[in-house]
Design a binder for this molecule. Structure first.
Ligand SMILES: Cc1cc2nc3c(=O)[nH]c(=O)nc-3n(C[C@H](O)[C@H](O)[C@H](O)COP(=O)(O)OP(=O)(O)OC[C@H]3O[C@@H](n4cnc5c(N)ncnc54)[C@H](O)[C@@H]3O)c2cc1C
Length: 136
């Protein structure tokens, strides 16, 4: 961009992962960016909390896999280390527990998506005997 030109103004709507990432890249390129967020906090589906029993609950995004090169490059560039160790995870709908995933790294390695299909417990498909943690 020509230094004598005024920075073009850009409005990004939504401060989820996509909006924050886009805003960061646009600001890096010299644009004058306004980021609008309707909710009470940034992050969108990147949100979570702990239950009274200390169990982690995630609203959406919770797993970051090796192919996420842009995300790993970004957190390194920002000097952040937001990731916890691998954990098991469960997904619930209003009907209750739907899916439970193991720590895939602890299972024998299989080509994707075979490992995902065999190790993930889909409660409503009844493919495997299912053991459920107590719901809090
Ligand atoms: C249960 C679940 C589990 C998931 N697990 C994973 C996972 O493990 N790994 C993974 O990579 N992905 C996962 N995803 C997907 C991931 O969460 C989403 O792809 C990602 O968070 C989407 O980011 P986003 O910025 O596009 O949208 P969002 O995170 O939805 O953000 C959109 C933002 O825009 C705001 N907004 C909307 N309308 C307006 C408006 N008119 N004005 C101002 N602000 C507005 C909202 O308030 C929100 O903050 C999961 C999703 C779900 C639902």
């Amino acid at each position: 961009m020509n230094q004598t030109q005024q920075s073009p103004k850009i409005v990004v709507v939504g401060a989820g992962w996509a909006g924050l990432g886009a805003t960061y890249q646009l600001v890096q390129q010299g644009y004058d960016v306004t980021l609008l967020e309707a909710g009470g906090h940034p992050g969108g589906l990147v949100a979570g909390w702990k239950t009274a029993q200390g169990r982690s609950v995630e609203a959406g995004i919770h797993g970051f896999w090796y192919p996420y090169r842009n995300i790993f490059a970004l957190v390194k560039q920002l000097g952040l280390n937001p990731f916890t160790d691998w954990t098991r995870s469960s997904q619930y709908s209003p009907a209750g527990l739907e899916v439970e995933s193991p720590i895939f790294q602890q299972e024998p390695r299989l080509p994707s998506p075979l490992g995902t299909f065999l190790y993930t417990r889909f409660k409503r498909l009844f493919l495997k005997k299912y053991e459920v943690d107590a719901v809090e």
